[in-house]
Every structure is written in C-alpha cells, then in structure tokens.
Design a protein around this ligand. Structure first.
Ligand SMILES: Cc1cc2nc3c(=O)[nH]c(=O)nc-3n(C[C@H](O)[C@H](O)[C@H](O)COP(=O)(O)OP(=O)(O)OC[C@H]3O[C@@H](n4cnc5c(N)ncnc54)[C@H](O)[C@@H]3O)c2cc1C
Length: 406
C-alpha cells in the first residue's frame, strides 16, 4: 500500500492550500460581514464571483467530477480529489469558490451521467460554468424519508407533460437567489414493483405552481445564503423531456449520486475536524487557568491526542474508500462508503465538541466558526442517509459475506 499522493495530487494540494491562504482565509470575515449587512440573506455575497474567476484561472475548477466525465471537470480520481475536498471543508462556504459544493456536485454528476444532450446543454453547462445553482428535492415532511420508497410526491404523465404535486423540505440550496433548477424525486407509478415506482425529474424553480414556502433551520442555523427550503409543488407542469433517464429509474439514479455525495461530505468533515483541532491547539496554548496554560494540563493533552487519532483514522478510511471506488467502482465499494459515512460525521461531531469545550463560552459564540462547524457535522449524521440506515445495510452485508452456505 502506497501512502504517498501522486505528483498531480501533490501539486494540486499545494495550489489549493496556497489559494486558501491567499483568498479564502483573509476573506472569511469579509464574506460573513457582507452576508450580515446584505438586504437579501439568500444572495451570495459579491466577493464570490471574483473568487470564482480566480479559482478558474488557477485551474482549480470542477475538481470533483471524475475522469469518466471528461472533457467535463478536472478528471481526477476520488483518491486524488479527497485531500483537496478536505482542504475546502475547512471553511464552510469555500466549496462554491471551486464549484465543488453540494448539492450542485451531485446534481452535476447526475446530469453528466444520465442527462440527455438537451438536458446537459440547458442545465449541466451553466452549472459547470458556475453561472447557476441547483437543489435536490427528495425528503418530505409527511413520510419517513430515510426509506425513500415512502416518498409520495406524485408525478403524473398527461400527454407531453408531467404534472407534479407534493411537499418537500430540507431542499438544500433552494433558498439561494442563483438556484434555478431542482431535481425532484417522486412516484410515477405507485402500482409498480417497490423500487420502480420512483422517478427523478427536472423542475425549473420558476415554474408556476412551485412555491418556496420557508427556510428551515438546521440546529438553529439557516445556512444563508444557501438555505434549506420547504417547497410546495401544486399542479406543476413540466415537459416530458424533463424526465431523467426514464420513468421508474429514480432509485437507480439515487444510487448513482449517493456514493460520491456521501464520501464528499466525509472529506469535507475531515477538513472541519482538522480545523477545529488546530483552533483548539492555539487556544490551549494561550489560555491560562489555575496557574498554567491549558496546554500543560494532562487531561487537555489527552483530549488533543484523542482528537488527532480520531481524525487520522477517519482520514485513512476515507482515502481507502475513495481508492476502492476508483479501483472497483461505487457498487463494489458500497461497504466502505457506508463505513466512512457512519464514522466521519460522528468523529467530526466529537472532535468539534471537544474544541468547543476547550474554548469555553467563546466556542459557542458567533466569534468562532466552531458552532457552525458542529451544526454542519451533526446534520450530516442525518443527511444522505441517517447513521442507522447505513448501519442496517452494512450490518446486513457483513453478515451475508460471513455466513457460509452449505
Ligand atoms: C441540514 C440538512 C440538509 C438536508 N438536505 C437535503 C436535501 O438537499 N435534499 C433532500 O432531499 N433531503 C435533505 N435532507 C434530509 C435528509 O436527507 C433526511 O432528513 C434523512 O434522509 C432522514 O429522513 P427523515 O428526516 O424523514 O427522518 P426519518 O426517516 O423519519 O428517520 C428518523 C430517524 O429514524 C431512525 N431510523 C430510520 N431508519 C432506521 C432503521 N432502519 N433502523 C433504526 N433506526 C432508523 C434514524 O435515527 C433516523 O434519523 C437534509 C437534512 C438536513 C438536516
């Protein structure tokens, strides 16, 4: 096993690190101030477009899109992308600068993989250019959406159109002023076999009958300017050519998008946890309690050591999962993807929680990123499948692999 990154990756790591130092960290405060003073909280701060141009010129654009989609994207493997995505994860808003932020990454991958030429031209091209944003609307307030067979939104064929009725929530990105397109999951045939009832269809956000009802908080954070929306679909009519891949193929598409989407969240969370650890180290060096800097206390050193070990474990497992996706494909790597999706969000929650503890009240305040990092990590224990669902599936697979049939 080789633990060295190849030359391409090492060069890109250096470029992303330099970019973060030059353009992201110095603008972190400015980004937040622009957001605070803006009259429209769902409008991305002005500095974003300038930063995006800089990232494009530096060749740090669409790094997430693997090589099978060339000429779209940078053509990196998952393993090559992993340390870059980790670096972007250190600042919650920085993914957009590199056109590498969820849910656009998953939506672009779906369109690149399954879209028709016309769908690609209309939606993939502007998304790849970073001109618009998008959202994925699957979860519904009325049903347990961790079991996607429950999704009830109705997608009814009528002549050359589909008519859509339903209510979604936690549609991340749909609050943003640049969001133009939704990928909506719903039932086209409730009488079909269980996994062929659902379809995914493109719905422009400005279609009559689509209403963004309200922004939803995630642990008290509204995550402006991206947001998580409740969206109502009331007799929404779209042309039949908006169907992705075909009726009844919704699960197939969901499987295709979720593997990469899940590991990308884990890569970002390792960046969040690493940043929290570094912030904790700085804080314990300067804060003096009971006559000594916190850094000199044994229990603090033990906590820091545990944080370090837990990040390293999750990072190595993420790299291994990414490598298996590259070598064997997402389907074969599913156990590793499930394992890291169980481990990384929990690890990040624990590490960030410890960092908050070492910061005292400051850790819970708006003066550090720690509480926002914690809220993000905590919600990823739910988003893209709650821990228990991954454990159910992983447990089932491991038992099956280790049960001898006579
Ligand atoms: C910040 C945030 C952003 C999100 N973004 C999006 C988005 O962009 N698009 C989208 O469609 N959705 C999004 N979601 C929704 C997310 O995917 C769902 O919350 C998740 O799939 C769980 O569905 P649910 O909320 O209906 O919970 P439920 O299905 O009601 O499940 C509740 C709980 O039941 C337990 N449970 C479920 N199954 C099992 C089992 N087999 N064994 C034991 N326990 C079990 C788990 O603890 C689970 O958390 C987002 C959520 C959050 C918090």
């Amino acid at each position: 096993m080789n633990f060295e990154f190849n030359q391409t990756t090492q060069t890109l790591i250096k470029s992303v690190e330099d970019f973060m130092q030059q353009h992201i960290y110095p603008n972190d405060q400015i980004y937040r101030e622009q957001l605070l003073t803006s009259t429209n909280k769902w409008q991305t701060p002005d500095l974003m477009s300038d930063l995006k141009e800089k990232a494009k010129s530096a060749g740090l654009w669409n790094l997430f899109l693997p090589k099978e989609y060339l000429p779209h994207g940078a053509g990196l493997t998952n393993l090559e992308y992993a340390p870059l995505c980790e670096l972007m994860g250190r600042v919650l808003w920085s993914g957009e600068v590199f056109n590498c932020s969820a849910p656009d990454t998953g939506n672009m991958e779906v369109l690149a993989k399954y879209g028709t030429d016309a769908q690609k031209e209309q939606w993939l091209t502007p998304l790849l250019n970073g001109d618009i944003r998008s959202a994925f609307a699957m979860t519904e307030p009325a049903v347990a959406s961790s079991d996607a067979t429950n999704i009830e939104t109705n997608i009814q064929r009528e002549g050359d159109n589909y008519v859509i009725n339903g209510r979604k929530w936690y549609t991340s990105g749909a609050m943003n002023a640049s969001c133009k397109i939704l990928i909506v999951m719903g039932k086209t045939d409730p009488s079909a076999p269980k996994h062929q009832q659902q379809s995914q269809i493109l719905v422009p956000l400005d279609t009559p009958g689509v209403s963004v009802v309200r922004p939803l908080a995630a642990m008290g954070f509204y995550d402006e300017p991206i947001g998580h929306a409740e969206v109502l679909f009331d007799n929404v009519v779209v042309p039949s050519t908006n169907m992705i891949l075909g009726e009844g193929r919704g699960f197939e598409i969901a499987q295709g998008r979720l593997g990469p989407g899940r590991i990308h969240h884990c890569m970002r969370l390792i960046g969040c946890a690493q940043r929290a650890l570094e912030m904790a180290c700085e804080r314990v060096n300067e804060r003096v309690a009971f006559g000594l800097p916190l850094a000199k206390k044994q229990s603090v050193r033990e906590s820091i050591a545990t944080m370090y070990c837990n990040i390293e474990q999750a990072r190595l497992l993420t790299f291994k999962a990414a490598d298996q996706m590259d070598i064997y494909g997402n389907k074969v790597a599913k156990n590793m993807i499930a394992a890291i999706k169980i481990i990384a969000p929990k690890m990040a929650c624990e590490v960030i929680d410890e960092a908050i503890q070492m910061h005292g009240a400051l850790g819970t305040s708006q003066d550090t990123e720690l509480s926002a990092l914690y809220a993000y990590a905590r919600t990823i224990r739910l988003a893209d499948g709650p821990d228990q669902v991954h454990m159910m599936q992983l447990g089932r697979n491991v038992i099956a692999q280790n049960t001898r049939t006579e």
